[in-house]
Design a protein around this ligand. Structure first.
Ligand code: ES4
Ligand code: ZN
Length: 326
């Protein structure tokens, strides 16, 4: 369609993508073979058939198993390069990529292996595809704060390669307040901060992310709409929300794309953006996410433009890069 073409060619920024969640089944099987890793699944069809989730934890169990095939610097490079090629092909001009260091260090992979592979891909992609990039290191919230603090310490030799820190993994029962000290330390070190909040957890977790972690963006934020006062505050303070429609659908945060809260977010004046989260697992990259909400919610061309502009407004990139797209 016309609007579909418009979405595909529109310059976009992607601010919520877990690089480990861009591991397509074909690459997972190839890396398993290359590294001698035994998986419970032997074919692309078997893997895709397993991608039926009822909640976040269901998905995370498979996501952590999938990343076990990533062992060498080259693996991290190949993973990120494949994602960046796809992103560039969808006219994504700026991308801020999450990675989960503890998902690798906890199984004996050195922080250096991860960061060197990802960094080399980012620099190769910037040259080859002309996009700009940043790396955001996430702490796994199902693990304790001491481990997050050790992870922050481990990152310091590569301080200049990391723009920010985030918080992801199992939300329920792991409130932002659990990570107050490590986020304070990260802010003191000059990192930008973000946190997943209100994906499955309550509006209170979104408030905690703002008040206790002082984050500059909320990842997801859907449940904030349950609280009118919080919604008004998010609008007044122009707090960006990195929304992931296909993720919400696949993890049963919404029963039907027609029920997705994105339109309410826009009508409430929230600084919403559209992102892919874990594209290999949820059935689409950023353009497919735009198309899914546009069709289900009947978003207008103006809504689409607002969402794309918001993605640059909310980005942590240079003002010069931002102005080029705004
Ligand atoms: C994630 Cl969808 C989602 N939610 C929370 N943590 C995550 N890590 C990777 N994908
Ligand atoms: Zn996420």
């Amino acid at each position: 369609t016309d609007l579909g073409q418009f979405i595909a060619q529109l310059p976009k920024a992607e601010l919520h993508i877990h690089i480990e969640g861009s591991l397509e089944p074909e690459m997972m099987l190839a890396l398993a073979a290359r590294n001698g890793v035994q998986l419970r699944y032997g074919s692309v069809a078997e893997l895709r058939a397993a991608y039926r989730f009822t909640n976040l934890q269901d998905f995370l169990d498979l996501y952590y198993e999938g990343m076990s095939v990533l062992r060498q610097e080259q693996d991290f490079h190949d993973l990120a390069m494949a994602y960046l090629r796809r992103a560039a092909s969808q006219n994504v001009r700026h991308v801020e990529i999450f990675f989960d260091p503890q998902g690798h260090t906890e199984r004996g992979i050195a922080f250096k292996t991860v960061i060197d592979g990802l960094w080399r891909a980012l620099k190769d992609a910037e040259r080859e595809f002309g996009l700009t990039t940043g790396l955001i290191m996430c702490f796994l919230r199902h693990i304790d704060e001491a481990s997050a603090e050790r992870t922050l310490q481990q990152a310091l030799p590569w301080r200049d390669r990391i723009i920010g820190v985030g918080l992801d993994s199992s939300e329920k029962g792991n409130p932002p307040s659990k990570f107050r000290r490590v986020f304070e330390r990260a802010r003191d070190l000059g990192f930008a901060t973000v946190a997943h909040a209100g994906e499955e957890g309550p509006a209170d977790y979104v408030r905690e992310a703002l008040d206790i972690l002082a984050v500059r963006r909320i990842d997801h934020g859907n449940r904030a709409l349950d609280d009118p006062e919080l919604t008004a505050r998010l609008a007044a303070e122009k707090v960006p929300l990195t929304v992931c429609p296909l993720s919400n659908l696949r993890l049963c945060g919404v029963s039907d794309m027609a029920q997705h809260p994105l339109k309410h977010m826009l009508r409430a004046g929230l600084m919403a953006t559209v992102n892919s989260d874990d594209p290999a697992y949820f059935g689409g990259y950023v353009t497919e996410n735009f198309l899914a909400v546009q069709q289900a919610l009947g978003l207008t061309r103006e809504d689409i433009v607002t969402l794309a502009r918001n993605s640059f407004t909310a980005a942590f990139c240079d003002e010069a890069v931002k102005q080029r797209h705004l």
